[in-house]
Design a binder for this molecule. Structure first.
Ligand code: NAD
Ligand code: USQ
Length: 384
């Protein structure tokens, strides 16, 4: 297949590109390096040393003797997206190319507007190009479990049967997103669903949980192929941050009650799920939603695991309750269905002590690159 990976220079996009190229697909990546710029804007940096995209592609060619094509440009530029579709003629579009951070979208009005414009406009440009230039292509779009929020009922996979005043219908599951970023993903989902209904496009929306880890078979082949690892207060996700804090001897920053519960998955399973979705495409006109996570943890559960594994590795790990900079439910019900990818054959790689130990050892290896000043939470959901 010709697989176009939008956001292919990112944390998840790059390892996905390597995996799919290795599996024998024709792979092209498109990116405008927005993530690299945003991290620079914050004075932060990836813990792992990340090569430039051209260097990465050259290193991959050396290691595997396989090519990955590169298109550098902005998805919000319609003429760039059109050129991409005309020259590469994708069968499948894997769309990771968005601003992915909830805190970044909550810094101020400017960052909220930038996030929603970037994410919604980019996806709209892709949908119109699919309509006009690739109507049979399959869109595999990265959405997020955070689109649903934390309702007091079980979360279904995209749709729910509602009985109302004697009539019933299967309708999109209600959304209660928790940040301007998560809202942008809800807007995308609506736009994609509409395009499938009106133009007969086919799409799979992968509502993904929080991803952890950097170890994949292809990235492990050469240090120059590694993916990024962020730990700052804006782009660092919770498990990465706890591992860095454990290595530095800083208390693990559990926000609020620590009882906030989310779905999680290993980066290896992100790649596995994307591959399953694209190898088993949606039908013409179908908008599918898969909930993409393998297990759920509360923030405190994760702190306990990191403290246990860190202590076994000889670190002195403490846990701290920090005032929650976000506005999010502290005590809530959480039970989200996630069987559709398992039905397609997903074989989960669960969070073991070994995985956490490897993460901590990776942080120890690059300890000299840590910038301690970017760790403390500063971005508040309501700064008044
Ligand atoms: P990332 O920032 O590392 O990757 C996104 C890539 O897209 C970056 O390389 C960025 O430069 C590029 N990009 C963004 N806007 C672009 C534009 N307008 N034009 C061209 N390129 C653009 O983020 P990630 O963590 O790899 O996340 C990838 C996707 O998966 C995002 O859509 C995110 O919302 C979703 N997701 C991520 C996680 C997670 O835990 N990492 C969980 C759920 C969903
Ligand atoms: N948290 C802490 N301490 C920290 C950092 C975070 O307690 O130092 C808490 C947060 O308050 C939150 C939970 O950990 O309750 C998860 O936060 P996170 O920063 O790890 O992840 P989140 O903001 O939810 O966003 C990440 C990705 C995003 C993706 C989302 C999936 O950055 O791209 O969409 O996970 S989900 O959470 O399912 O919406």
């Amino acid at each position: 297949m010709n697989i176009l990976i939008l956001g292919g220079d990112g944390y998840l996009g790059w390892p996905t590109a390597l995996h799919l190229a290795d599996a024998g697909h024709e792979v092209a990546v498109a990116d405008n390096f927005l993530r690299r710029y945003m991290v620079l804007e914050l004075g932060a940096s990836s813990l792992t040393p990340v090569q430039s995209l051209p260097e990465r592609v050259r290193s991959w060619k050396e290691v595997s003797n396989k090519d990955i094509s590169c298109f550098i440009g902005d998805l919000t530029d319609a003429s760039f997206v059109e050129g991409l579709f005309r020259s590469f003629e994708p069968d499948t579009i894997v769309h990771y190319g968005e601003q992915p951070s909830a805190p970044y979208s909550m810094i101020d009005r400017k960052h909220a507007v930038a996030t929603q414009r970037n994410n919604v406009e980019g996806t709209l440009n892709v949908l119109f190009c699919m309509r006009d230039l690739a109507p049979d292509a399959h869109l595999v779009k990265l959405g997020t479990m955070g689109e649903y929020g934390t309702p007091d009922i079980d979360i279904e996979e995209g749709f729910i049967e509602i009985n109302h005043k004697g009539r019933s219908d299967v309708l999109p599951f209600p959304k209660l997103p928790g940040s301007m970023y998560h809202l942008s993903k809800v807007h995308d989902s609506h736009n994609i669903h509409f395009s499938c209904r009106i133009w007969g496009l086919r799409a799979t929306d992968l509502n993904q949980g929080v991803v952890y880890g950097i170890r994949t078979e292809e990235c492990d082949r050469d240090e120059r192929l590694c993916t990024r690892f962020d730990y700052d207060e804006v782009f660092g996700t919770v498990l990465n941050r706890f591992c860095v804090q454990a290595v530095l001897g800083h208390p693990l920053s559990v926000y609020g009650s620590g009882r906030q519960t989310r779905g999680f998955l290993n980066i290896v399973d992100t790649i596995q799920c994307v591959r399953l979705a694209l190898e088993n495409p949606a039908d013409t006109g179908q908008f599918r939603v898969f909930n993409q996570f393998t297990e759920q943890f509360s923030v405190s559960d994760l702190a306990v695991i990191v403290a246990r594994v860190g202590t076994d590795l000889g670190l002195n790990v403490e846990v701290d309750a920090v005032a929650d900079p976000r506005i999010e439910a502290q005590d809530h019900y959480y039970n989200a269905a996630h069987t559709k990818l398992l039905d397609l054959g997903l074989n989960p790689n669960l969070l073991s002590d070994g995985v956490v130990a490897h993460l901590i050892e990776t942080v120890q290896r690059y300890k000299d690159r840590i910038l301690p000043e970017v760790i403390a939470p500063r971005t508040k959901w309501d700064p008044r």
